[in-house]
Design a protein around this ligand. Structure first.
Ligand code: WT7
Length: 646
C-alpha cells in the first residue's frame, strides 16, 4: 500500500477547489445529521417550476418500501440542461463531438442544442409519442444520441438507451420489457473504423416487437439499409419539417426520466428506473464536486451513453451544470493508442474520466504513445467501473497526469444514479486503489454474512444505510423484484452486491461483486445470462459460467460446458459456441475460455457448486474446500486435469 500524503495537489489547485478537508467533513456531517436540511438546501441547484416543500419521504422497510425526493416539486430536466443556460451561455459550446476519425469533429453550442432538441421533441410528438411513453434509443456516440435523450426528457417520454454493442435479441428483449412503441437508431455506427449494423440489428429486433411502430433513423454512414414504409422515418427529413418551438413538459419530481437495463444474478436484465428531480440534483452536484468542475472547464468522460456513466456524467450532470462535455465516438486504440491523449491536446481537456480496463490496456503499450503528447491542459483524472489496481493507478498518475493531477476513483452503480464513494479532489488524501470516502448524504455500512454491522477497520459486504436523491426507485414493471434484489438480503438496508474493506482511516476499498455478477472490462454481466444463452444451443446440455482474474479486462469469462448426447467436443464447436454467445448477447459477453465438462460439481440435491468452479478457473486448487458433499467428487479431478491452459 502507498502512503496517503504522497499525492496532495499543488497549493494553487487546492485553493480553487470547491471543498477542502474541513469543508468536506462539515458538509458531510450536516448531510448525515440533517438530510432534510442538507438536501432541502442543495435541491435548489436545479430550477423548479413549482418548488418542493417536501424533501425526503423514504422507507427501506420491505413491507412499505418507497423512495421519494422533492416529491411535490415540478421541473423539466431538459429545461435544466438547456433553456436555463441560454441567457448566460447560449453561445458556449455544450458538446464537443470527436468522431471515430481524428479529422472528424464538431461543436454544438447550448443554443444550437436547444433548437435541435426542441425540433426533435416536436418530431416525436407528431408521431403521437407523449408523456409516459417509453422510447428505446439504440445509437452510436453521436450528438443525435444526446438530442434524442434530451428530447424525450422534454416531452416527458421515458428513454431506455440500449448500448449499441448489444445483439438484436438483447435489443428486442429490452424493447418488449418496457413496451416501447418507438425506437431511435442510426443506419450504422463506426468504431475503430469498423461499421456496426445498427439499423439491420433493429430491423431484426423489431420482427418480434409488433407494438413498436416507429423507427427514427439517423444517417451516419449512408450505408445500405432495409426500410419498412410507414414505420421507418429519416431523422433529417422529419427535422427539416419541425418547428424549434417546444415548451418543456411540466414533470413531477418523481416522474420517470429513464430506464436503463442492467444485469443481475438472474438470466433476465432488469430495467433500473430513475426519476427526474432527485436524479438531476444528485448527478449535477456530484459532477461539480467530484470533478471539481468550474465554469469554462472542458470535461471528457469516455464512457458510452449506453451505460449509466454516459447518462449521468456525459449528459445530465455536465449539462445541468452548463459545462462543455466531450462525446467521443471512437475507441482508445484507433488510429493508434495515443488517441486519448491526442484528443486531450486537441480540445484542451481539463478533466478526464475513464475506466481502469482502458488504462491497463494503454499501459501495456508503454509510455511512448502518452509521452509524445503534451497533456498540459489536464488538471484532474478519474476512474470508474471496477477496482483499479495500484500499479495502473500509479501509471495513470505519473505518466498520464505527470504526477500533477489528482485521481478520483469513483465507486457507484447503475442503481445509484451517481457517484457514492469517491475522493473530493483537493480535500481527500488519496490512496491508490481506494475509492476513499462517501459523498455527501451517503451512509455506507459494512455487514458480515448474517447482516451484523461491522465497526472500524473490517472486511465484509457493503450496504448503504439510507437513501440519497439519485437512488433508483424501482425495477420497471416489477417493484417486487426491486425489493427482493436490494432490500431483502439485509432487511432495512440497500445491499450493493459488492464486497469491500474499510481501513483504519475509514477509507473504502471495493473488492468486487459477491453475487453472480461479472465485471468484464467494466461491463456488467450476469453469469446466468451467459449460461442461458449457451443452453439455447442444441449441443449444450448444461453450462456453468464463472469469472477469473484477467490482466486487462479485470475479469474474464470462463465457461464450463456439458454437451448433449451425440455431440463431440471439437475446436470448431468451441468456436461456434463462442460465436453463439456473441450473437445472443453481444461481443462484450464473449467467453474467454471454454472448457468441456463431462460433469459439473453438484451437491446431492443437484445444486452446482460454483465456488469449486471458480477456484479451478482461478488456478487455485489448494483452496477448493470441502468436496466430500458432492454427488460425484471425481468430476473435480477431471475438471482440474482438463482446465484451459493459460
Ligand atoms: C459495479 C456497478 C457506475 C458506473 C459503471 C459501472 C463496480 C464501479 C467501481 C470502483 C471498484 C467499481 C462495482 C459495482 N464498480 N465502480 N470505482 N471501484 N468497483 O456501473 O455496470 O452498474 O456496475 O461496478 O462492482 O457494483 P454498473
Amino acid at each position: 500500500m502507498f502512503d496517503a500524503h504522497d499525492f496532495s495537489v499543488p497549493e494553487e489547485w487546492a485553493k480553487r477547489a470547491h471543498a477542502d478537508n474541513d469543508k468536506y467533513l462539515e458538509m458531510y456531517q450536516h448531510s448525515i445529521n440533517d438530510p432534510e436540511g442538507f438536501w432541502g438546501e442543495h435541491g435548489k441547484r436545479v430550477d423548479w417550476i413549482k418548488p418542493y416543500s417536501q424533501v425526503k419521504d423514504v422507507s427501506y422497510d420491505a413491507k412499505d418500501l418507497h423512495i421519494k425526493w422533492f416529491h411535490d416539486g415540478t421541473l423539466n430536466v431538459s429545461a435544466n440542461c438547456l433553456d436555463r443556460h441560454l441567457e448566460k451561455r447560449g453561445d458556449q459550446v455544450a458538446i464537443i463531438w470527436e468522431g471515430d476519425e481524428p479529422t472528424d469533429d464538431k461543436s454544438v453550442t447550448y443554443r444550437e442544442l436547444h433548437a435541435e432538441v426542441c425540433k426533435f421533441a416536436n418530431v416525436m410528438k407528431s408521431r403521437g409519442i407523449k408523456k409516459g411513453d417509453r422510447v428505446t434509443i439504440y445509437m452510436p456516440m453521436i450528438v443525435e444520441a444526446a438530442v434524442a435523450m434530451l428530447a424525450c426528457a422534454r416531452i416527458g417520454a421515458v428513454h431506455s438507451v440500449v448500448f449499441g454493442g448489444f445483439s438484436p435479441d438483447a435489443l428486442a428483449g429490452r424493447i418488449q420489457d418496457c413496451e416501447s412503441n418507438a425506437v431511435i437508431t442510426a443506419d450504422e455506427g463506426v468504431r475503430g473504423a469498423k461499421k456496426i449494423p445498427l439499423k439491420a440489428n433493429t430491423d431484426k429486433a423489431l420482427e418480434s416487437c409488433p407494438d413498436c411502430t416507429t423507427c427514427f433513423v439517423i444517417k451516419r454512414t449512408g450505408g445500405d439499409i432495409g426500410w419498412v414504409e410507414g414505420r421507418d422515418l429519416w431523422y433529417h427529413e422529419e427535422m427539416a419539417k419541425a418547428s424549434a418551438d417546444c415548451p418543456p413538459e411540466e414533470m413531477s419530481a418523481e416522474d420517470p426520466l429513464f430506464i436503463l437495463y442492467t444485469s443481475g444474478s438472474t438470466g433476465k436484465p432488469k430495467g433500473v428506473l430513475h426519476t427526474s428531480g432527485g436524479y438531476l440534483v444528485y448527478a449535477s452536484m456530484t459532477h461539480q464536486y467530484v470533478f471539481d468542475y468550474h465554469d469554462g472547464d472542458i470535461y471528457w468522460c469516455t464512457a458510452d451513453v449506453g451505460w449509466i456513466t454516459g447518462h449521468s456524467y456525459i449528459l445530465y450532470g455536465p449539462l445541468a451544470n452548463g459545462a462543455t462535455t466531450l462525446m467521443f465516438e471512437g475507441v482508445p486504440n484507433y488510429p493508434d493508442s495515443s488517441r486519448f491523449w491526442q484528443v486531450c491536446d486537441k480540445h484542451q481537456v481539463n478533466i478526464f474520466y475513464t475506466a481502469p480496463t482502458a488504462i491497463r490496456a494503454l499501459m501495456r503499450e508503454g509510455n511512448g504513445p502518452v509521452e509524445k503528447t503534451s497533456r498540459k491542459s489536464l488538471r484532474l483524472l478519474g476512474t470508474v467501473g471496477e477496482p483499479i489496481n495500484p500499479e495502473a493507478w500509479m501509471w495513470y498518475h505519473e505518466v498520464v497526469g505527470d504526477t500533477r493531477c489528482p485521481i478520483v476513483d469513483t465507486w457507484w452503480q447503475t442503481e445509484t444514479g451517481g457517484i457514492l464513494i469517491t475522493p473530493l479532489p483537493g480535500a481527500t488524501k488519496l490512496k491508490p486503489g481506494s475509492a476513499t470516502r462517501p459523498f455527501f448524504g451517503v451512509k455506507p455500512m459494512m455487514v458480515d454474512h448474517d447482516g451484523k454491522e461491522l465497526d472500524g477497520a473490517c472486511e465484509g459486504n457493503l450496504c448503504i444505510a439510507d437513501s440519497w436523491p439519485g437512488q433508483m426507485r424501482s425495477v420497471y414493471g416489477d417493484h417486487e423484484r426491486f425489493i427482493q434484489t436490494y432490500f431483502s438480503t439485509y432487511p432495512g438496508r440497500y445491499f450493493t452486491g459488492d464486497g469491500a474493506k474499510r481501513d483504519a482511516d475509514g477509507y473504502y476499498w471495493i473488492t468486487g461483486r459477491v453475487d453472480d455478477v461479472l465485471n468484464v472490462s467494466g461491463h456488467r454481466m450476469g453469469t446466468a445470462e451467459v449460461e442461458s444463452a449457451l443452453v439455447h444451443h442444441d449441443a449444450v446440455s448444461e453450462a456453468a459460467v464463472v469469472g477469473y482474474p484477467h490482466d486487462i479486462k479485470g475479469q474474464g469469462i470462463y465457461v464450463y460446458v456439458t454437451l448433449t448426447k451425440g455431440f463431440e467436443p471439437s475446436d470448431d464447436l468451441r468456436k461456434e459456441l463462442v460465436q453463439w454467445v456473441r450473437k445472443e448477447i453481444g461481443p462484450i459477453a464473449s467467453p474467454d475460455l471454454l472448457q468441456w465438462a463431462p460433469g459439473l460439481p453438484k451437491t446431492r440435491s443437484g445444486k452446482i457448486m460454483r465456488r469449486i468452479l471458480r477456484k479451478i478457473a482461478e488456478n487455485d486448487y489448494a483452496n477448493l474446500g470441502d468436496t466430500s458433499t458432492l454427488a460425484d467428487p471425481s468430476v473435480v479431478d477431471d475438471l482440474i486435469e482438463n482446465r484451459m491452459n493459460r
